[in-house]
Design a protein around this ligand. Structure first.
Ligand SMILES: CC(C)(COP(=O)(O)OP(=O)(O)OC[C@H]1O[C@@H](n2cnc3c(N)ncnc32)[C@H](O)[C@@H]1OP(=O)(O)O)[C@@H](O)C(=O)NCCC(=O)NCCS
Length: 173
């Protein structure tokens, strides 16, 4: 449970402003592959685009403000329909208070019980201890390392490839 009340819902184009504000903080965009000075218009375009099959973008809302975002995104390959890529971000002041865990629980429920996702995959900067701890807590394991994968604050940094396989894939009665 988060240390303060949040509600979780799907993002809509009207959340473009909230998402741009969330991504404007270096404590957030620095650990993602986002750029400084995020564009509200670009976020609106992205939120207005027809989502891929099963794609979902969830927000955590506290006092009418977007405090976190987490999404699962599929890919075009028919033979990889069972896999989705995960990304998530919690606003600086809300980090370390259970919000990321709450969003992760919601995404895993969606993936495991409804969206027929067998494999959730992600990349994470190799020194992002809090994110790695969160992913391990939810069953993700390290599968590899991509060297000098992303530019962060003037240096190319390694990322870990991590993934979680469904612990008990759906069967039938
Ligand atoms: C990474 C992130 C999503 C985690 O969400 P969060 O709300 O801060 O995380 P939570 O409060 O749910 O805590 C996650 C776990 O990490 C642990 N943790 C917190 N800080 C830690 C640290 N510095 N080192 C190791 N573990 C840490 C917590 O103890 C918690 O585990 P527990 O519930 O077993 O105690 C969030 O901090 C964030 O958005 N950071 C900036 C952007 C980012 O890094 N996104 C992920 C990119 S891959």
């Amino acid at each position: 449970m988060p240390e303060f009340p949040i509600s979780i819902r799907r993002a809509t184009p009207e959340d473009a402003n909230g998402l741009a504000a969330l991504m404007a903080d270096e404590a957030v965009y620095g650990n993602l592959l986002q750029l400084p000075h995020p564009s509200e218009a670009a976020w609106r375009d992205r939120l207005e685009a027809k989502p891929g099959n099963g794609d979902v973008q969830l927000l955590a809302i506290a006092r009418d403000q977007v405090v976190a975002s987490a999404g699962l995104h599929g890919n075009i390959h028919i033979r990889r329909r069972h896999a989705m890529h995960l990304g998530m971000a919690v606003a600086g002041p809300a980090q370390g208070k259970g919000v990321g865990s709450a969003l992760m629980a919601a995404l895993i429920d969606y993936a495991d019980r409804w969206a027929a996702v067998v494999r959730i995959e992600l990349t994470v900067f190799s020194d992002n201890d809090r994110a790695i701890a969160l992913y391990r807590k939810f069953g993700f394991v390290q599968e590899g390392i991509f060297r000098a994968y992303g530019l962060r604050d003037g240096r190319y940094q390694d990322v870990l490839a991590m993934a979680r396989l469904h612990p008990s894939p759906p069967c039938w009665d």
